[in-house]
Each structure stands twice: as C-alpha cells, then as structure tokens.
Design a protein around this ligand. Structure first.
Ligand SMILES: [Zn+2]
Length: 347
C-alpha cells in the first residue's frame, strides 16, 4: 500500500518542479519587427521614372538623416509643376506636392497663390530634408523662401525664425517684420483649389453682369474660411449670391462670401469669427452654373479689388532682444537661397 502512494507523490513533485521551471523561465521577447513604410516613388498621373532612388541598406535604428538643400525654379504653367520639375532627384513627388502647399502657406498673407502667379515668376527655397529610419524622405521645414513675382516690385522674402515663447516657427521678411498680417489673401486654402491647379485661363461660371468679385473654383463642400477676425453682419439667402455671408472687420471693411452650399454652425448676425475659421462650404446656390466661391471686399458698400484692399502693411517686428540673432540667420539664409550650385545635391 505504501509503495502505491509514493509514486503519485513523486509524480506530483516532478510536475510542480516542472511548472515552477516554466514559471521561472523569462518570457521570450516578441520578435523584433521593423515595419518599413513604402516610399512613395510615383503617383497616378506622374511619370514613375523621374525619381531616382538610390538603393541604401537600411538598418533598424531611430536615426533620422537631416540635410539642407536649395531648390529654385521658374513658374511656367503652375507653382506645382515648377516645383515638381525643380525637385526631381532630390525629393519624392509627394514631398514636392507638399512643398507647393507649404510655400502657399508661408506667403498666405502676401500672395494669393491661386491667382497672383504669372509665367516667369521665380522662386528660391531653402529646405530641411529629412530621411526617416524607414527610408521615407520628407520636407521637414522650409528654412527660407524667396518669391520674385514678374509684376511685383521686390522679391518677397520669408525667413524661418523661432522666437522664444512661440512653439511654432514664424516667418519674417528680410527687415524682420512678421509675415503674419490681419488678413489672409484668399478665402479658400490653396491646397483646396485643385480644379484650377495649373489652369491658365480662369473658368467662367455663368455669373451675372457687372461682376465685381473674385471667383474660386473648388469642389462642393470645400471649407470657406474667414479672411480676418470680424463679426457676421449677414448670413442668409441674397438674390444671385445664393447663400451669402458678410463679415465686418475692425477697419470697417466687409468681406462677402457667396454661392455657399451651407454655413458652418453658429453663423448668424452678431457671431464673432476668427481669421481662418470655417464659416461655410463651397456650393452653387444663387446664380452659378458650377461650384465655386464668390468673394468680394466691400468698403462703404462698394466692391474693391481684394488685391489692393488686402495688401498687408507689415506685421509684428522681431523682438529687440532677438534682432542680432535674426540678422545673422537672415544673412545666412539669404546667402544659401541664392547659391545655385546646391540645386542638384544627388548626382
Ligand atoms: Zn463671382
């Protein structure tokens, strides 16, 4: 009888030892996998062979490679086409596309990129290029930009400069004045005006005679933004304008937005709006044969040319304590901007 009871006891001991051994064994690390996001080397509609990608051995690491390069070009058909050509070999197509939008954002208080550009306009860009650990190449930052409009007086300049206290870098002109101003130059973001991207002729929307505004072609539902801080003084239907909003700004100027599909919530007389905030969405209400935004600037009830009315008079200056550093950076940036031998970095 005794023999019989020893056996299960020893089995039990072995079983327990086994369980303890398993319990004490450290857990295996999950297999180290570094997913590689595919690098965009082509997009539908672009030539797939224009971006030469150098084969590189990619080691799993968190190292990001950053370098600075200069890109310049002449606008012949559109800003995007010009950047697309200038960036061949140094940036993937997606980054070139982004760069066109970045440039429009930098100068959005100065230039309406959707209509102020002309054939022969020149640009110089100084960019920080970043290669991610997975090999993807992006534009990390635009350090400086120069835009010489054929019909403008002086080239417009933008110097990226971080002032202490402001988290995001701002852009200043060569004299140290912020490019930020009281009004945006366009009520629709440049990246949204895709339908006339590259178009030389302005589309006609079958509007009424004595047309006094500016039309922006954009898809139904595209957000419409207030060009400056102000108060809504009209939001409703008005004849040929269809769904229309009038905003009065501090200087007494009124901006008018027509043909909208619908308004953003809270748009009624008396409502306060901030510069850049969405007030409604592009549509074709009223006298319009296609979706677009009708935009007007009115002073004392008379429509004025937005190009003149929205001319900015210079923003905030660089703080006094930062001027020396700014001037150093400005000189460096402007010198690099005009160096042409950097244009083709990868040869
Ligand atoms: Zn119009």
């Amino acid at each position: 009888m005794k023999r019989v009871s020893v056996r299960p006891a020893s089995y039990a001991v072995v079983a327990i030892m086994g369980m303890v051994a398993v319990w004490l064994t450290p857990a295996l690390e999950p297999k180290q996998i570094f997913p590689l996001a595919p690098v965009v080397v082509s997009r539908p509609g672009f030539e797939p062979t224009d971006f030469l990608f150098k084969p590189v051995v990619i080691e799993a690491s968190n190292t990001e490679l950053v370098d600075t390069l200069q890109i310049s070009g002449v606008i012949n058909s559109s800003l995007y086409n010009a950047l697309n050509e200038s960036g061949v070999g140094v940036l993937p197509p997606s980054a070139r596309h982004q760069l066109a939008w970045s440039l429009a954002d930098i100068f959005e208080y100065k230039v309406d990129m959707s209509r102020d550009l002309r054939q022969g306009d020149r640009f110089h860009l100084l960019i920080e290029r970043l290669q991610k650990p997975n090999g993807a190449i992006i534009v990390n930052k635009v350090l400086g930009a120069q835009l010489a409009l054929a019909n403008g007086k002086n080239p417009l300049e933008a110097i990226h400069f971080d002032t202490p206290g402001s988290s995001t870098g701002q852009y200043y002109d060569a004299s140290g004045m912020s490019l930020r101003a009281a009004f945006l130059r366009a009520p629709v973001a440049f990246r949204r005006i895709s339908s006339i991207f590259g178009a030389r002729k302005h589309p006609i929307f079958g509007e009424w005679r004595n047309h006094t505004g500016t039309d922006y072609a954009a898809a139904q539902g595209t957000p419409v933004r207030a060009i400056g801080d102000g108060v809504v003084i009209f939001a409703g239907v008005k004849g040929g304008y269809g769904n229309m909003i009038d905003i009065r700004h501090r200087n007494g100027m009124v901006s008018r937005y027509g043909h909208m599909r619908n308004f953003a919530t809270g748009m009624r007389p008396g409502a306060r709006v901030a510069m850049g905030s969405t007030i409604g969405f592009v549509g074709m209400t009223g006298w319009a044969t296609g979706p677009h935004l009708h935009f007007e600037i009115r002073v004392d009830g008379v429509a004025h040319d937005p190009k003149l009315a929205l001319q900015s008079r210079g923003g905030e200056p660089i703080p006094a304590g930062e001027r020396v550093l700014f001037q150093k950076m400005r000189n460096q940036t402007l010198a690099s901007l005009n160096q042409t031998h950097l244009a083709s970095v990868t040869e």
